[in-house]
Design a protein around this ligand. Structure first.
Ligand code: NAD
Ligand code: 89V
Length: 341
């Protein structure tokens, strides 16, 4: 059994704790939050007795196999460095870092300490997205040459996550990061990206709309488009819609998790709705399921000493896309190499 501690008992960490209760091979033995109220509430909700308001004290007092860092981005670097220095394996929430420098420092710290570091980049772990990837890998579409990964909504994300309305960066760094990662997952690493961004909602500080074009190293072109300013007749938050055109067929993951694959063999339609886990709540249930899936993956990786799909090193490539998208949007340039070799 791998013994873990959660650092950061906020809005999203409640999902982590529900999922940990269902993950095979993990036991959460301690919690840490510098806010005593949140710490106490979470401890009571999940029946955890050992609690800390200071992460350094947590690492001194507990024998841990892993730390699950679910704080916002500003505290990731010191907490990851502390965990690595304590020889503890790490999961760190997205966005991994505000700068590439911090992200590289964290991957270097984990490497030097010989611990596993996984970024909690969970959207690719949603079961409808895994199903799309399986269709691509099966060859049913031939070679993909074009794709679109799209997330458009007007859901009020600000009441649960107030920092989204006030941070200097919004949709590319918070949500686009997931959608860019899904594009990498489906179409491979990226050679160039160009982007335009816009703020539509006057009540928030940063951009709430982004349209990005990616040229992948394997030759496909994809559009990644995100909006929190799109009022549709029916709200589909937080569904990611996917279109793929390949040399041998087409795929559409449409609203309500309806999947259509069309090729020479015919047209196949499937409902690929994610399960509603006992602790999950609509409409967040697809994200909540992906939290369980990625945390189970992490424990399996620890058990067999393998590298998680979204390791710190892998996530540098997704973060580079975020940085390059902001640069492209600011400079008005149409094509930027991501800088990653
Ligand atoms: P939050 O502000 O509600 O919670 C963060 C908690 O961390 C707070 O309780 C705060 O007191 C605590 N904290 C901060 N620094 C600390 C420190 N040094 N030591 C101990 N505790 C500390 O934030 P949130 O909305 O839960 O978001 C947390 C992270 O999760 C963000 O990075 C966000 O982007 C991410 N997130 C991910 C998903 C996803 O699907 N992967 C969804 C929502 C949020
Ligand atoms: O998944 C996330 O990172 C969330 C949200 C879906 C609101 O963008 O912040």
């Amino acid at each position: 059994m791998k013994k873990g501690a959660l650092i950061g008992c906020g809005f999203f960490a409640q999902n982590h704790m529900h999922a940990w209760a269902a993950v095979e091979g993990a036991d959460m033995i301690a919690l840490c939050d510098r806010d005593e109220g949140r710490l106490r509430e979470t401890a009571e909700r999940f029946g955890i007795e050992r609690t800390y308001t200071d992460a350094a004290e947590l690492f001194k007092a507990e024998q841990l196999d892993f730390a699950d860092i679910a704080t916002t981005v500003q505290t990731h670097l010191p907490l990851v460095e502390l965990a690595a220095a304590s020889g503890v394996n790490i999961i760190c929430q997205k966005p991994f870092a505000d700068t590439m420098e911090d992200a590289r420092a964290m991957t270097a710290a984990a490497r030097a300490a010989g611990v596993t570091l996984m970024v909690h980049e969970n959207f690719r772990w949603q079961s409808p997205v895994r199903r799309v990837k399986a269709e691509v890998d099966s060859g049913a579409l031939g070679t993909p040459f074009w794709g679109r990964v799209s997330f458009r909504s007007a859901y009020d994300v600000y009441s649960g996550q107030p920092y989204l309305a006030t941070d200097e960066r919004f949709i590319v760094q918070d949500l686009g990061i997931h959608i860019l990662d899904v594009a990498r997952f489906l179409f491979g690493d990226v050679a160039t990206i160009s982007a335009s961004t816009k703020r539509v909602n006057p009540a928030i500080r940063a951009e709430d709309v982004a349209t990005m074009m990616l040229v992948h190293k394997d030759g496909a072109t994809s559009i990644v488009d995100c909006s929190y300013a799109t009022r549709l007749p029916r709200e589909h938050f937080p569904e990611t819609l996917i279109e793929i055109d390949g040399s041998g067929g087409t795929l559409r993951l449409m609203a309500d998790y309806q999947l259509v694959v069309h090729n020479a063999e015919g047209t196949h339609r499937n409902d690929v709705s994610p399960p509603l886990l006992p602790w999950a709540e609509r409409p967040w249930h697809n994200i909540q399921e992906s939290v369980l899936n990625i945390q189970q993956h992490f424990v399996e990786c620890l058990n067999i000493s393998s590298v998680p799909e979204t390791s710190g090193a892998d996530n540098l490539k997704t973060l580079e896309l975020v940085e390059a998208a902001y640069r492209s949007a600011a400079e008005g340039s149409r094509s930027l190499t991501t800088g990653h070799e």
